[in-house]
Design a protein around this ligand. Structure first.
Ligand code: G3P
Length: 218
């Protein structure tokens, strides 16, 4: 399973890379706005830092505008994946960009029917937003189950990229279902490492050894 970081924060990305757990990054307009920096230069900065795929989203909502912005995003660096919203214009742009060799990540997916369309259009990634479904009383994980099952039946190029992740169980359950990629906020990546018994166990090992009065080299 690939781990992407869902952030435009350079420090978070640098830390995730140091830990060896970051295979790529996803950004969106909200995440870039949070950094208070210019749009395209931020995508470029992230793409230069990360060896794997970096999703940068178009801001246009019409087909021609999406194509223009998608091509400009893709021209920034080889690892940039163009993020396009679900809908006729976005999926039409996916097809056109795919024919030009440009990969896309279809975003704002909230149903299995939408994921099926993204697969047919030739998206490299489909991003079902599970946390936002949970927020409105639906089961986000059920959507991942449905999409993974549907994609297993066909030869789509599309990988399931679980998005809008809120806690470690979203990650674990996505892995159990065989989703190819999960994009994590940095705090969820941190939480994956933690368990109170690990901390307690380490403290006990070290305090037992301290009682001997000896050092590592004694
Ligand atoms: O990057 C898209 C997605 O992961 C957003 O998540 O937390 O804003 O629902 P969230």
């Amino acid at each position: 399973m690939l781990f992407f970081l869902d952030t435009a924060d350079i420090q978070e990305i640098e830390t995730g890379l140091e830990w060896g757990m970051v295979d790529g990054v996803t950004t969106n307009p909200s995440l870039i706005a949070k950094q208070g920096k210019a749009y395209l230069p931020t995508v470029l900065e992230v793409a230069r830092l990360v060896p794997g795929p970096v999703s940068g989203e178009v801001l246009a909502t019409d087909y021609e505008g999406m194509l223009d912005q998608g091509r400009r995003l893709a021209a920034l660096a080889e690892n940039v994946v163009v993020k396009l919203p679900l809908g006729p214009a976005g999926l039409r742009a996916v097809r056109t960009l795919a024919a030009e060799g440009i990969k896309s990540n279809v975003t704002l997916c909230f149903s299995a029917a939408q994921a099926l369309l993204a697969g047919k259009a030739g998206a490299a990634y489909i991003s079902p937003f599970i946390g936002r479904l949970d927020d409105v009383g639906q089961d986000g994980m059920l959507l991942i189950e449905e999409v993974v099952e549907i994609y297993e039946h066909y030869d789509f190029e599309t990988q399931v990229l679980v998005a809008s992740v809120r806690h470690p169980m979203h990650v674990v359950q996505s892995a159990q279902l065989g989703a190819g990629v999960v994009t994590l906020p940095f705090d969820v990546l941190q939480k994956l490492y933690r368990h109170p018994l690990t901390d307690n166990g380490l403290e006990r090992f070290l305090s037992d050894w301290r009682k001997t009065g000896k050092s590592f080299d004694d």
